[in-house]
Design a protein around this ligand. Structure first.
Ligand code: TYM
Length: 334
């Protein structure tokens, strides 16, 4: 039996992934790659919707690939590649732009948030079209499952709408994808601002745990995480968002239930909880950091793996693109 197709990606917009990317996405990818025909991309075309320094972008793209592999993505079992290596992404995105309503794209909350943050003058057409490029990523591979964090749900819903619209206008072409979000870990919060999502693009990095941070920095950030004055180690998302966030991270990384953590730390206070969490986070990230350094020590080998996977991805993507070009009525080049 053929395995269901899975697609997901991350932006190489920082040197390091943050713990929300790891828990909200990478950990799921790692387990789903066993049962699915998985495609994982490093979405550099998406990254340039916000200004990037060219040399840094190249470095961050390799670095993101190394972090995927170090965190457990197997590039010989899954197709791990760089988005700009497969031209079909930009080509399909253009076609999808022509069936996307202006109002529909204007309603994307990530676009609205980013515009509010950067100001209308810094907002580009590329940022506006971010979701249709993401739809192209997913639809090119006839994807059934898209594992992401909560912040990407709306983009996957738009993707479904566009696929249904294209299919009804031009005939069955695209598989309709389903979003896969793990409820408990769908949103990891900033340690200094535990009602806001932890993000690579946060203005302050004081509450962001980076995979590649030095252990001493990670320790400090966790020990300084915002909690509350109550003192009880209890999971209460509404009233104790800081503690709930720490318990979520702890529970996932240590593979323990929230209840067992509440019991262990009952009456011991937040300092002990944080110390325990430091051990668990470093225990997870130390080996990943070491492996990333090894992988980046041989960039030629990493580039070779990315090139051969991009060739695999191109074959699948070009087949879908050829069907799309035919369906919309483009004259074939003979
Ligand atoms: P990006 O790079 O912003 O985020 C990568 C993945 O990490 C998840 N994530 C989080 N999950 C839980 N808590 C958090 N604080 C947190 N922060 C980030 C995101 O939900 C995402 O799954 N548009 C996508 C990249 C993309 C993509 C695609 C994804 C491009 N094409 C096709 C799936 C399919 C993004 O913003 O990634």
């Amino acid at each position: 039996m053929t395995k269901p197709r899975l697609y997901s990606g991350m932006q190489p917009s920082a040197e390091s992934l943050q713990i929300g990317n790891y828990i909200g996405a990478l950990l799921n990818w790692k387990s789903l790659q066993q049962t699915h025909d998985a495609f994982f991309s490093i979405v550099d075309l998406h990254a340039i919707t916000v200004a990037q320094e060219p040399a840094k972008l190249r470095e961050n793209t390799r670095g993101t690939a190394a972090q995927y592999i170090a965190a457990g993505i197997d590039p010989s079992a899954s197709t791990l590649y760089v988005q700009s290596h497969v031209a079909a992404h930009a080509q399909l995105a253009w076609v999808l732009n022509t069936i996307t309503g202006f109002g529909e794209a204007s309603r994307m909350t990530q676009f609205k948030d980013k515009t509010a943050r950067h100001g209308a003058d810094a907002t580009t057409v590329g940022l506006f079209a971010y979701p249709t490029l993401m739809a192209a990523d997913i639809l090119l591979y006839q994807t059934s499952v898209v594992p992401v964090g909560e912040d990407q749900r709306q983009h996957v819903e738009l993707t479904r709408d566009l696929a249904l619209r294209f299919n009804s206008r031009f005939g069955d072409t695209f598989t309709i994808p389903e979003v896969a979000i793990v409820k408990e870990t769908a949103k990891i919060y900033d340690l200094q601002n535990p009602t806001s999502k932890m993000s690579k693009s946060a203005e302050s990095h004081a509450g962001v745990i980076w995979l590649l941070d030095e252990p001493g920095i990670t320790r400090k950030k966790i020990m300084r995480a915002v909690t509350d004055a109550d003192g009880g180690v209890v999971f209460d998302r509404e009233n104790k968002p800081g503690v709930a966030n720490l318990l979520t991270i702890y529970s996932v990384l240590a593979s323990r239930t929230i209840e067992s953590l509440e019991t262990e730390y009952a009456g011991r206070g937040y300092g002990d909880l944080k110390k325990g969490l430091v051990e668990v986070v470093l225990g997870t990230f130390d080996p990943i950091r070491e492996r990333v350094a090894e992988l980046l020590g041989d960039p030629a080998e990493l580039d070779r793996v990315l090139a051969s996977n991009a060739a695999k991805a191109s074959d699948v993507a070009n087949e879908t693109l050829a069907t799309v070009y035919d369906r919309v009525g483009f004259l074939p080049r003979r």
